[in-house]
Design a protein around this ligand. Structure first.
Ligand SMILES: Nc1ncnc2c1ncn2[C@@H]1O[C@H](COP(=O)(O)OP(=O)(O)OP(=O)(O)O)[C@@H](O)[C@H]1O
Ligand SMILES: [Mg+2]
Length: 447
């Protein structure tokens, strides 16, 4: 079998030699370049699986090399070697598309992990398995962009911050990034940062030694170790208390953790994904989230717009959800009337895709077995458009029928808001009590 080929770019002979020896022992063939010019020439001549580059080189910056490689038709992964503590450069490199970073002095265990992850990216078997059908549906431009961003970030180790309203698909996106990454055969560990009591947090994250505190009767591995080789997903990351933010920052920076009561630090190999429905940048401004941590978890940001801003996704999502729910109920997936679909596209969806799922689940329980009609949706009255008027569509029938539907909604809403006080409801609608009562009768609402 052909040995993998790795390009090492560094102007310090000692480091080059150390890296070469380590990689050769891993049965990897290496080439070295001491400057950017030579590196570029080698990249033209040979097909490498990975490029490992220093940042400060005699004829330029390692970032240039990232740009060159990223601009080529089949970009190979690039990992950067950064000076100790220089996270800024590491972050900049990853924003430009670097696969990962390693800081000097190079920890060989960390280096081996990095190399193995990178080499998996060019393994044809693994790549084929990863190319699963996208479960993230939607035809809007933003969904297309999100899918392509997922494909791209799945090939790197950079931390990603996924933001979006509740129910918009943040966790689904995180799972897809993991599934398509070189880490897919290891665990995806999700943790809701708002759900763990403060006093247990450190031990949950980093584990503890037996007897390290009252109640620590056995040794416990933390979530970082549970996610070893895989992905750690910090959901609701805005809820992380400040003291833990400091510890998390250290763990990310050093790629090492220290369980409570343990003296030794343990190297960990995880990829960090985080999600929030809050505005973290704003929280940084007000001091409730650490700026340095924000900077490190937000190397790549992926925003999912609310469903109301990507109406083009609604038909595909609706169909998919109906098919899924019908399969569970062992029925044929029903169709949706045009009016019902139009109403969904008008609706505000404060709960996004999860709310759409709930609405359709309820509709399936109510519809007459043929077609889901507008009324079966029982759309909640949203505060943005209280009446939630559906746009006129032919299957409403005549204009008269359509207006009657809206009139009915307006009257019910007014009664509800005025606690069924007819005089007050009439006043709100600008009607006399007589005329209001007449309408109630006409619409059969007077019971
Ligand atoms: N584009 C999509 N295609 C298919 N299913 C989707 C899509 N977006 C979201 N969903 C589904 O909607 C539901 C909610 O998604 P998810 O749990 O990922 O949202 P979330 O943003 O993490 O929500 P929360 O903020 O409440 O934690 C899930 O069942 C998910 O599978
Ligand atoms: Mg979630």
């Amino acid at each position: 079998m052909k040995k993998p080929l790795v390009l090492i770019v560094d102007d310090e002979p000692d480091i080059c030699e150390l890296l070469e020896i380590t990689l050769n022992r891993m049965d990897i063939q290496t080439y070295t370049a001491e400057n950017i010019r030579t590196a570029k020439a080698l990249l033209q001549q040979k097909h490498f699986e990975l490029c490992l580059t220093d940042m400060k080189l005699p004829d330029g910056n390692g970032l240039d090399l990232i740009d060159t490689i990223q601009a080529s038709p089949n970009p190979i992964p690039v990992a950067v070697i950064t000076a100790h503590g220089n996270m800024d450069t590491a972050i900049l490199a990853m924003k430009k598309g670097a696969f990962d970073f390693i800081s000097k002095p190079v920890d060989l265990a960390v280096l081996r992990q990095l190399i193995n992850s990178a080499l998996k990216l060019s393994d044809p078997v693994v790549t084929k398995e990863r190319r699963i059908r996208h479960e993230l549906l939607g035809e809007s431009l933003s969904m297309w962009e999100i899918r392509s961003k997922i494909d791209k970030v799945a090939r790197s180790q950079a931390p990603v911050l996924i933001s979006g309203e509740s129910g918009s698909g943040k966790e689904l996106v995180a799972r897809l990034i993991h599934q398509q990454s070189s880490r897919s055969d290891h665990s995806f560990v999700a943790i809701n940062c708002g759900a763990i009591p403060l006093e247990l947090m450190e031990s949950e994250f980093f584990g503890h030694k037996r007897g390290s505190f009252t109640g620590a009767v056995t040794e416990k591995k933390g979530l970082f170790q549970a996610a070893e080789g895989g992905t750690l997903f910090l959901d609701e990351v805005a809820d992380l208390p400040l003291p833990l933010q400091v510890k998390l920052l250290r763990a990310i920076q050093e790629k090492k953790i220290r369980p409570i009561g343990e003296h030794q630090e343990i190297p960990v190999d995880i990829r960090l994904l985080s999600a929030t429905h809050r505005n973290l940048a704003e929280m940084v401004q007000t001091g409730s989230f650490r700026q340095d941590l924000f900077y490190r978890i937000n190397v790549i940001d992926l925003h999912i717009p609310p469903l109301r801003d990507r109406k083009a996704d609604i038909p595909a999502l609706t169909e998919h959800i109906l098919v899924k729910l019908s399969a569970v109920n062992k029925i044929r997936p029903p169709a949706l009337s045009k009016t019902a679909l139009a109403a969904l596209q008008q609706y505000h969806f404060p709960g996004n895709v999860r709310e759409l799922e709930n609405i359709l689940e309820r509709a399936l329980a109510l519809y007459d077995g043929k077609i889901i009609e507008y009324d079966d949706l029982n759309l909640p009255i949203s505060t943005h458009n209280k009446l939630n008027c559906p746009e006129y569509a032919p299957d409403f029938g005549s204009l008269e029928d359509y207006l009657e539907k809206i009139e009915r909604k307006a009257i019910i809403l007014a009664l509800k808001e005025n606690k069924r006080d007819k005089a007050a409801a009439a006043k709100q609608l600008g009607l006399s009590v007589r005329s209001f009562s007449y309408r109630l009768k006409k619409l059969n609402l007077d019971s």
